[in-house]
Design a protein around this ligand. Structure first.
Ligand SMILES: *[C@@H]1O[C@H](CO)[C@@H](O)[C@H](O)[C@H]1NC(C)=O
Ligand SMILES: [Cu+2]
Length: 144
């Protein structure tokens, strides 16, 4: 095999995971706020390692905590020092697995539903490799 065709094959396998990295604005034009259904927002989305999440909100009105599943369910915020507070917080999804984010202000999580749960997939696993069109395989003679 020439090194050129090897490159092409590698490009077909490797590039999708790089090219298809997606930058998400959480909540799209609504952003990170109360009274928005983030469960609906995530429906139908597949998050992969390398994708990014941008949490946009007015500074001092909301914040972002990364929490575990228990804290997510109960809306328990970790120490304030762990909050993202810039209003323009960019998170790169670096590892596969389940990720939970909540707002730590007042009852934004409990009552306002300001909580986001996603599952991040490894770039390799879910991307189906192209299935080459193969020539028909003749059945053995005894089969005819
Ligand atoms: C989840 O996070 C909370 C708050 O940081 C902590 O107290 C608790 O032990 C954690 N639970 C697990 C299962 O890691
Ligand atoms: Cu909030």
């Amino acid at each position: 095999m020439s090194s050129n065709s090897l490159f092409v094959i590698l490009a077909i396998i490797v590039l999708p995971s790089v090219v298809l990295a997606t930058d998400y604005v959480v909540g799209d034009e609504v952003g990170w706020t109360i009274g928005f259904d983030y469960k609906t927002w995530t429906a139908g989305k597949q998050f992969y390692v390398g994708d990014t999440l941008l949490f946009k909100y007015p500074v001092g009105v909301h914040n972002v905590f990364k929490v575990n599943g228990t804290s997510f369910k109960d809306c328990v915020k970790p120490p304030q020092s762990e909050a993202l507070t810039s209003g323009n917080d960019l998170i790169t999804l670096a590892t596969p697995g389940r990720k939970w984010y909540i707002c730590g202000f007042g009852k934004h999580c409990q009552i306002g539903g300001q909580k986001l749960f996603i599952t991040v997939y490894d770039t390799w696993a879910p991307i189906p490799l192209p299935i080459p069109f193969s020539a028909p395989a003749p059945a053995p003679a005894w089969y005819n």
